[in-house]
Design a binder for this molecule. Structure first.
Ligand code: SIN
Length: 334
């Protein structure tokens, strides 16, 4: 295809191991987010046959340092780019540690049906067998594909395509580190050829009621996660209740915890803190009224959302309303 007729894709780089240097991500001296985006693009053979790439560095950090400020800058830039007629799709290059949180956040605040793909790598760019170039190639191929339109942000790792709401990092090492444990992966992309297996049925992007501007106007309501364990008491929850607008319980099993921690959560809810019960297990739903009397305690059940995604949704739910029934509806729809 002639260079001028290739689709234009915007690449927004934020750092991560895909831009990291060292033989392995656990070697001494390892640094995520060390290489500029131009270096990563140059390392992908055949990329210039897929698209005209317009690359920008939004940040260059390890994604453990991903912040609300960078999220705001990223979402605002995606909004600008998605309004530009000549931009056919957007790829976000990201560290893998918080990639799922960014993907889910973007699924709720970006209002576009253009392909939006997030990609990272488990091996640093300078490692033997670095998979970043193949992931980036597949991500750009997906971003130019009409099949990717209207699906909200997609995550490409290790030839798998995941929906933003479903994807989770499930391993700290190795290239098979991403899965969609509740509903399965969205599809695969091999050698740049995407194949979808399913549609996502929850609300996102054009169908989302949330916005970056409302979140910023609400000053990113503070939501903390407390992790349940045997012998948990209410100390941490009582301490948080004076500071947080919302608390997400990463509960045992179906979103449960000790009687004393439940009492502390109930006190927090009575004081106006939004309390959401999720599960630390990694998959499966937390059903309303299942193990805990949510009606009596004024709690919200997180459904299938992981604690870290429940935190994102609760922040956004708090930015549009103060009614626990409305928060619960959000957890049933997004
Ligand atoms: C990061 O999340 O930035 C570091 C780890 C990785 O990208 O795999």
């Amino acid at each position: 295809m002639l260079e001028q007729t290739l689709p234009r894709i915007a690449l927004l780089a934020t750092g991560g191991t895909i831009a990291g240097t060292q033989v392995q991500a656990n070697s001494a001296g390892y640094k995520a987010g060390a290489l500029p985006i131009g270096h990563l693009v140059d390392a992908v053979p055949g990329l210039s046959n897929l698209a005209r790439i317009q690359a920008e560095q939004v940040a260059n950090i390890g994604s453990q340092n991903m912040s609300h400020d960078v999220w705001g800058a990223l979402a605002a830039r995606i909004a600008d780019l998605s309004r530009q007629e000549d931009i056919k799709g957007i790829v976000v290059v990201h560290g893998t540690d918080t990639l799922e949180e960014t993907a889910y956040f973007l699924s709720l605040v970006t209002h576009t049906d253009k392909p939006l793909v997030l990609v990272g790598a488990m091996r640093p760019a300078t490692a033997l067998g670095a998979e970043g170039p193949a992931n980036l190639y597949n991500a750009v191929a997906l971003a130019v594909s009409a099949q990717a339109r209207g699906r909200g942000p997609l995550v490409v790792m290790n030839e798998d395509i995941h929906y933003a709401r479903e994807v989770q990092k499930i391993a700290s090492m190795g290239i098979c580190a991403f899965a969609s444990p509740n509903r399965g992966r969205a599809g695969v992309v091999r050698g740049g050829e995407p194949r979808f297996y399913s549609r996502n049925t929850t609300r996102h992007t054009l169908d989302s009621e949330f916005s970056l501007s409302a979140l910023q106007a609400a000053h990113w309501p503070r939501v903390d996660i407390v992790y349940a364990h045997a012998g948990m008491d209410g100390l941490l929850i009582d301490a948080l209740a004076g500071h947080a607008a919302g608390i997400v319980l990463a509960g045992v099993g179906g979103g449960n915890t000790t009687d004393s921690a439940l009492s502390a959560l109930s006190r927090a809810a009575a004081a106006g803190v939004a309390v959401v019960r999720s599960s630390r297990t990694g998959s499966g739903p937390v059903d309303r009224g299942g193990e805990v009397d949510d009606d009596a305690m004024n709690f919200v059940a997180a459904g299938e959302l992981s604690p870290q995604k429940a935190r994102v949704l609760l922040m956004l739910a708090l930015s549009v309303g103060r009614d626990p029934a409305q928060w619960q509806r959000c957890f049933e729809q997004y």
